[in-house]
Write a protein that binds this ligand. Structure first.
Ligand code: CO
Length: 618
C-alpha cells in the first residue's frame, strides 16, 4: 500500500502564499480534475478561510463549502479546526462549538483535523465529543515545536491520550517547517507503535526540510502526507505534490498518482496565480532563520507589517531577539495561531515602549491567566506577578468559564440572519458577519441599483462619496489595465491611486484596508484640530497613544465607556482600548486626576503619539 496524499491547495496553500484570497469562482473550474486525482482528501475549509471569506471576499464560507461538496463527489473534504477556537482567535462556549461542528459536517465536511496551540487535551474535549456524534473522521493533531519541554515523550504521550479520547487518526502538525527528516522518522515510528492509529504528517516547505521529512516519514510508515499543487507550493506553503509523487515512484511507497493529470492541474493554478498577481512560493533567508530562532516566516511577515504600521521597521532585529525571551517567559507556547500573535505582539510592545511588560494586551493577560489552556511550562514567576498581580491563574478547562451564547445571538442578529449558518458566523465574528449580512441584504434589495457587490456603485454612501468596497473595485479594475495612476474626485473627497505592482495592491493578510485607500481616508478626514491652541495645557497631563491602532472607549460595543469627561481616575486605571496588531491593548492612566478632555472619537484610528486624554493631576 503506497503513501496517500492530502491536497491542501484550496486551504493551506493559498492561506500560506496568497493571504487566503482564492475565491470560490476561482476554484470551480478545476474541482472535477482535483476530484479525479485520487487524493486521500482535499483540505478545502477551516483555518483562516472562514474569516477571510466574509471579511475580505464578500463570500459566505458556508456557501463555499456547499458548492465544493456539489462538485467534489469522490474525494473526502477535510477542514482545519483550532480546537475550542474553531476557526477564530479566541475560545468559544461549548454551545457554539456544537452548532459549528454539526453544521459543517451537515454541509459536507468528512474529515476534521483538530489541533490546540498548546497541545492542551482539555481544549480537544468538546470538539471531539461533538465531532464523534456527527460520524465525521476525527483527526487529532499534535503541534510540533522545539523547546526544552517539547520532548519526544511529550508528543507520544499527547498522541496516546488523543487516541484514548476517540481520535481516528493522528496528525503531526509542523506549521513552522522545523521538523527534520530524522526527527520525523523517530516520531512517526514511535507514534505508530504506541498509538496504533493511522498517522498523517503536515509540514511546511520553508527551508526545505519538509521533503526530506516526508521521505523519512514514509520509511517509518506514515500513512498520509500533505502537499499542494506546485504553483501554490514551496516557500511558506506545503511541498509540491509533483515532487513527492516522482520521488516515490517505483518504491513500496509509490502514491500511484498520475503526474500528467497533476501537471494539468498545476497549469490551471499557474494561470490563476498570474492573473491574480501573486508571487510563487519562495524561501527568503529571513524565513529560513526559523531554524535559528523558531519564529515562523508567516509570523515574521506579520511583524514586518506591524512594525511598518508603527513606523519602526528598523527595530525588527531587536524584536526577533525579544521573541524567544518572551516565549520562554510565557512557558514555551508553540508559535501557531493564536499564540504566535500573543508572543509576537508582546515582544513588539516590549521593544517599542522601551520597558518590558509595561503594556500588556488583554490577550496576553488572558493567556497568563490560563484562558487559552495550560502553558507547556510554567510562566516565569516574575512576569506572572507583573501581569496578574496577586490573581491566580485558573486551573479548570477554560471553556468551563464561558456562558452559552447561541440563544443570545439568535436574538441579537435575528433581523439580518437568514439561515442557521448565519447565527453561527455571527457567533464567531460578530462585527465582520454583521457587515457581511448588511452588504448581502443591500445588494439583494431591488430598490438599490447595484450590480451584485461587484459594481462600482455598490453601497454608495449617502453623501455620494466612495466607500472602501468601491475603492477596492477600482483598484482591481486599474490592475487589469495599463493605467498606472488615477486620481478622481467624488463628493469633495480626492482619491489618488497609484499602481505599485501586485504586492502593493493586494491587502496584506492582517490588514483591513489595502494601502491605497489610506490616502483617501486622509483626504476625507479633515486634520484634527490642534487642541493645544484651545485648551490651557499647563498643569495637565497628556495621555498619548503608544501605538498605531483604533481607539475604543469601552471594552465592548454595548458596554459603558471606561471613563467620561469629569471623571476622577487613579493611576493605573484603564482609560481606553487601542486595538492594534489584532489585539486589544488596555491603556492605563499614568497619573491620578480628573479627565478634562477626551480628544478622540470612539472607533477612530489613532497614530503613534497621538493625544488621547487630558488629565488634571491631583
Ligand atoms: Co499548515
Amino acid at each position: 500500500m503506497g503513501l496517500k496524499i492530502t491536497d491542501t491547495t484550496l486551504r493551506d496553500g493559498h492561506q500560506s502564499l496568497w493571504a487566503t484570497r482564492m475565491r470560490t469562482k476561482d476554484m470551480l473550474p478545476i474541482l472535477e480534475k482535483l476530484d479525479a486525482v485520487g487524493y486521500h482528501s482535499l483540505e478545502v475549509w477551516g483555518g483562516a478561510t472562514f474569516d477571510v471569506c466574509m471579511r475580505y471576499l464578500n463570500e459566505d464560507p458556508w456557501e463555499r463549502l456547499r458548492t465544493l461538496k456539489k462538485y467534489i463527489k469522490r474525494t473526502p473534504l477535510q477542514m482545519l479546526l483550532r480546537g475550542q477556537s474553531l476557526v477564530g482567535y479566541q475560545h468559544y462556549p461549548d454551545d457554539v462549538v456544537e452548532a459549528f461542528i454539526n453544521k459543517m459536517v451537515e454541509n459536507g465536511i468528512d474529515i476534521i483535523r483538530i489541533f490546540d496551540a498548546l497541545n492542551d487535551l482539555r481544549n480537544f474535549e468538546a470538539p471531539m465529543r461533538v465531532a464523534s456524534r456527527t460520524g465525521a473522521h476525527i483527526q487529532a493533531a499534535v503541534v510540533y515545536t522545539i523547546s526544552p519541554v517539547h520532548t519526544t515523550e511529550h508528543y507520544v504521550e499527547t498522541a496516546v491520550s488523543l487516541a484514548q479520547m476517540g481520535a481516528h487518526s493522528i496528525c503531526i502538525k509542523d506549521m513552522a517547517g522545523l521538523l527534520t527528516p530524522y526527527k520525523a522518522y523517530e516520531l512517526v515510528k514511535l507514534i505508530k507503535e504506541r498509538v496504533g492509529l493511522p498517522v498523517q504528517l503536515h509540514s511546511h516547505y520553508i527551508g526545505g526540510l519538509a521533503l526530506g521529512a516526508y521521505l523519512k516519514a514514509a520509511e517509518a510508515g506514515v500513512d498520509v502526507v500533505d502537499t499542494a499543487s506546485v504553483p501554490l507550493a514551496f516557500g511558506s506553503s506545503q511541498p509540491p505534490v509533483e515532487t513527492v509523487v516522482r520521488a516515490l515512484q517505483g518504491t513500496p511507497y509509490d502514491t500511484g498518482l498520475d503526474l500528467h493529470l497533476l501537471f494539468e492541474i498545476a497549469a490551471y493554478f499557474e494561470d490563476l496565480r498570474k492573473s491574480l498577481g501573486y508571487e510563487r512560493g519562495v524561501t527568503r533567508i529571513n524565513d529560513m532563520r526559523v531554524f535559528e530562532h523558531q519564529v515562523p516566516g508567516g509570523m515574521i511577515s506579520n511583524l514586518v507589517t506591524q512594525l511598518e504600521e508603527q513606523k519602526a521597521l528598523h527595530r525588527l532585529p531587536e524584536v526577533l531577539e525579544e521573541i524567544p525571551r518572551v516565549r520562554a517567559e510565557l512557558g514555551y507556547p508553540p508559535l501557531v495561531t493564536p499564540t504566535s500573535q500573543i508572543v509576537g505582539t508582546q515582544a513588539v510592545l516590549n521593544v517599542l515602549t522601551g520597558e518590558r511588560y509595561k503594556l500588556i494586551p488583554g490577550e496576553v493577560r488572558a493567556y497568563v491567566e490560563g484562558h487559552y489552556g495550560r502553558p507547556p511550562a510554567p510562566v516565569d514567576p516574575e512576569v506572572a506577578r507583573k501581569i496578574l498581580g496577586d490573581k491566580k491563574p485558573i486551573t479548570c478547562r477554560p471553556a468551563d468559564l464561558l456562558e452559552p451564547k447561541m440563544d443570545k445571538i439568535r436574538e441579537e442578529i435575528k433581523d439580518l440572519a437568514r439561515l442557521e449558518e448565519d447565527f453561527i458566523s455571527y457567533a464567531l465574528f460578530p462585527q465582520v458577519a454583521r457587515k457581511y449580512f448588511e452588504n448581502r441584504n443591500r445588494s439583494a434589495d431591488p430598490a438599490v441599483p447595484v450590480n451584485g457587490n461587484q459594481g462600482p456603485k455598490a453601497g454608495r454612501k449617502e453623501d455620494g462619496s466612495m466607500n472602501l468596497q468601491e475603492i477596492k473595485e477600482l483598484i482591481k479594475l486599474i490592475d487589469q489595465t495599463d493605467i498606472a495612476e488615477l486620481s478622481l474626485e467624488s463628493a469633495g473627497v480626492r482619491v489618488a491611486i497609484r499602481k505599485a505592482g501586485a504586492q502593493g495592491i493586494i491587502p496584506a493578510p492582517e490588514k483591513e484596508a489595502p494601502p491605497v485607500p489610506v490616502q483617501a481616508r486622509e483626504a476625507a478626514a479633515p486634520p484634527a484640530p490642534e487642541r493645544e491652541k484651545n485648551v490651557d495645557i499647563s498643569g495637565l497631563t497628556v495621555i498619548r497613544s503608544p501605538m498605531v491602532g483604533t481607539f475604543y472607549r469601552a471594552p465592548a460595543p454595548d458596554a459603558p465607556p471606561f471613563v467620561q469627561v469629569g471623571d476622577q481616575v487613579t493611576k493605573g486605571q484603564i482609560l481606553c482600548i487601542i486595538e492594534a496588531m489584532k489585539l486589544m491593548n488596555e491603556i492605563e492612566s499614568e497619573v491620578s486626576g480628573e479627565i478634562v478632555d477626551i480628544l478622540v472619537e470612539n472607533g477612530q484610528p489613532v497614530e503613534y503619539g497621538q493625544e488621547l486624554f487630558l488629565i488634571r493631576e491631583k
